[in-house]
Design a protein around this ligand. Structure first.
Ligand SMILES: *Cc1c(COP(=O)(O)O)cnc(C)c1O
Length: 715
């Protein structure tokens, strides 16, 4: 059995590789092709079609080429890809091809460049750490669906973000693996004359070469920068090795490469963006390169700045002052040494754009740079907008709070990516297949009551079962790895597939309070061990490698999972990534979020859960301050009027227990005819109906277009 030469795929399936290399398969019918091709291999490769095709032998592929059912799905997937790829403008029948072409003159050749330090598109491309990356990935997927001419620009980290293991003592261990390019859906970007796209970035007193990789996402392309080239010095080759690795020095150099290199890469590829969208401050050096270009062309400083402002959109994500990247001037002077020559007098003007004192004395602050240079600035929820206008008040000393130019565009998630197949088929049957084009219309979801209780419950049960299958298999693997029982038990080997299951998964860090539920161990133990109405918790999440406190939180959860007082009903599933996230947000019964208000800018995992009929149980922070409607989940509010954190934590924990005891658990376990939880399913329906339209990236992208992109296009 020889692995097939990719060029030698069976003629009838000759475009399989092309399908695998376009990550639009992750949310299009093409997904079904790979599931059917070899289901075991699909699972073993963690849904990586590129790797699957390398592992399949030619006999298996030949069999597939004679499977009529598979071929039908394949043909549909290929024609879907062609429709997406061929041209812009109008379909043959005069209908606009995409939403974008129906609202914007189709002749425009302008593009939106969307910069982000991380993109979460699929688990086979581990170039993301968490929420920021998921938002960026979902933004690009939605842009593809709507036909918005958007190009993503980020980093191809050859070692990605770390994979997480937990020692038998509960301590996080980080493993970095080199990405095998041959197994990943990336290829080298090529210039118009078919040469590899490589650009030169001035860094310090030297020049670093940056090569550009390309990922296809339907109509959208993602350009990923990488410094691992032989011609570079060893330390420069390492610059882009890892996401958020290294100290301030590495971080600053990475951000220079992203900002300057990204602009140069777009130019090398012949692209001229009309809108430059900076997702968080990491990419703010885009502004520097654009100013340099304008100055070099003879534009005076004032005019250059007006030009840049006209076309720059900035989204801020962090309500914590220390979360905004700021560097000592000496470091900035040193690493931008190669830029100053061409700028002459304007160097000081530029440094002034970033000067900001957030408590530690004046520094060069990336958020300040972006805010002073962007024409449209937004926070990621209404509440976060309020916090940001207060926090950065010194930037606008003469403006009243209400006049400070920071808007709010609440985050959303990409519905086709996050809604489970089982739920989507249920919606197909009862709402009609057109729900897939209309899911941002609230009226559509009023028809959810047409889904009978038993069908809705069956879909929920099936998703819970998939989660438990996965959790048990992972616990078994961990047991097999080191023979340690502790990792199997903590991993969820003793969970009960019938019990009310509450999920908590996100980055492990102090303000998210992952161990709040353990505030009163006795009270929790009573809930968990109730013989007739047991409750269980599944935790997952990584701590940043440098966040010792976060790792201690994780260790606490691990220890609780092994505490026999909780009877095996607390689990920690390791190596949280997009794959685990899908299973958890779809398969739990309730999604818990208890951050310290107002430190959660938006949060998105609760949106993913709610759309799958997993109601949200959360502090009224971030998006939930807007999303909670009284009947679509639960609001945790300890009402403590103090700044004493211990008192606030006690009050919030008590409010959480009260909700569980008086509301969540009774609703779940009260069963009616046919053993159906009628009351529960009413909450499930309200959760889906209220959250899906408003917290979709479709609503979000339309907001961005109207309030941030369109004004820039017009200017
Ligand atoms: C959605 C998601 C997040 C963000 O979760 P929050 O609750 O918003 O912090 C982080 N990591 C992964 C893998 C996700 O899918």
């Amino acid at each position: 059995m020889t692995p097939p030469d990719l060029a030698a795929l069976p003629h009838r399936l000759s475009r399989l590789h092309e399908l695998a290399m376009d990550l639009s398969w992750t949310w299009s019918p093409a997904r079904e092709v790979f599931r059917r091709l070899d289901y075991r291999l699909w699972q073993q490769t963690r849904h990586n079609p590129v790797l699957m095709l390398r592992l399949m032998d030619s006999e298996a592929l030949a069999r597939a080429a004679n499977d009529a059912d598979l071929l039908a799905v394949y043909d549909r997937a290929v024609s879907g890809l062609d429709v997406m790829r061929t041209g812009n403008g109008h379909m043959g029948n005069g209908q606009p091809r995409t939403w974008w072409h129906s609202v914007v003159s189709a002749s425009t050749t302008d593009v939106v460049a969307y910069f982000s330090a991380e993109f979460a598109v699929h688990q086979s491309l581990p170039i993301y750490a968490g929420g920021l990356g998921v938002l960026a990935g979902d933004h690009c997927k939605e842009a593809s669906d709507l036909g918005i001419p958007l190009i993503g620009v980020g980093f191809m980290y050859p070692q990605g973000y770390f994979r997480q293991r937990v020692s038998p003592e509960g301590w996080q261990q980080e493993q970095y693996e080199r990405i095998d390019w041959a197994n990943a859906p990336v290829q080298r970007a090529q210039t118009r004359d078919r040469k590899p796209c490589i650009v030169q970035v001035p860094l310090g007193t030297r020049t670093v070469l940056v090569q550009v990789w390309e990922v296809r996402l339907g109509r959208v392309r993602l350009l990923l920068l990488d410094t691992d080239l032989e011609q570079n010095q060893p330390w420069d080759r390492e610059l882009s090795a890892r996401l958020y690795g290294g100290g301030q020095d590495t971080r600053l150099q990475q951000e220079i490469v992203l900002g300057l290199g990204g602009v140069l890469a777009l130019r090398a590829l012949g692209l001229t963006p009309a809108v430059w969208h900076l997702n968080e401050g990491h990419a703010a050096f885009v502004i520097l390169q654009r100013l340099r270009d304008l100055l070099a062309a003879g534009t005076p400083w004032e005019d250059a700045l007006v030009d840049v402002r006209r076309s720059t959109v900035f989204t801020t994500h962090t309500p914590v002052p220390a979360g905004h990247d700021a560097f000592p001037f000496s470091l900035v002077e040193q690493h931008l040494a190669g830029c100053w020559g061409s700028m002459g007098e304007e160097r000081d003007h530029f440094l002034a754009l970033g000067t900001y004192d957030n408590g530690a004395g004046p520094q060069f602050n990336m958020t300040a740079l972006a805010m002073r240079s962007a024409g449209a600035i937004n926070a990621v929820s209404q509440l976060h907008g309020d916090v940001t206008r207060e926090m950065f008040a010194p930037l606008w000393p003469d403006l009243a709070v209400g006049d400070r130019p920071v808007g709010a565009i609440t985050n959303g998630v990409h519905v086709p990516t996050w809604v489970a197949g089982g739920m989507a088929r249920l919606f197909d049957r009862h709402l009609g297949a057109q729900w897939r084009d209309r899911y941002d219309e609230p009226e559509l979801w009023l028809r959810l009551h047409e889904i009978p209780d038993d069908e809705l419950w069956a879909a929920r049960q099936a998703l819970r079962n998939s989660l438990f299958q996965f959790v048990r298999e992972r616990a078994r693997e961990r047991f097999a790895e080191d023979g340690g029982v502790s990792r199997a038990v903590a991993g969820g080997a003793m969970l009960d597939p019938e019990a009310l299951t509450i999920g908590f998964a996100r980055r492990f860090t102090g303000y998210k309070r992952p161990d709040l539920i353990f505030r009163d161990v006795e009270r929790l133990a009573r809930l968990v061990n109730d013989a007739r109405r047991p409750v269980q918790f599944v935790f997952a999440g990584k701590a940043h490698p440098a966040d010792e406190a976060g790792k201690h939180h994780l260790q606490q959860i691990f220890r609780h999972a092994l505490d026999s007082r909780f009877g095996g009903r607390i689990a920690f599933v390791d190596d949280y990534d997009l794959h685990v996230a899908h299973l958890l947000v779809q398969g739990c019964d309730v999604w818990l979020n208890n951050p310290r208000k107002p430190l959660e800018a938006s949060g998105t995992s609760g949106m993913k859960a709610a759309m799958n009929g997993v109601p949200h149980l959360s502090i009224g922070d971030g998006w939930w301050a807007e999303g909670y409607a009284g009947d679509n989940g639960w609001l945790i509010d300890g009402r403590a009027e103090t700044t004493d954190q211990g008192v606030v934590d006690d009050a919030d924990a008590a409010a959480l227990y009260d909700l569980l005891e008086q509301s969540v658990i009774p609703a779940f376990y009260t069963r009616g005819p046919k053993n159906l939880p009628t009351r529960w399913l009413a909450i499930v329906r309200r959760s889906i109906a209220t959250v899906t339209p408003r917290f979709s990236t479709r609503r979000m992208l339309k907001d961005y277009i109207e309030r941030a992109y369109a004004p820039a296009f017009k200017r």
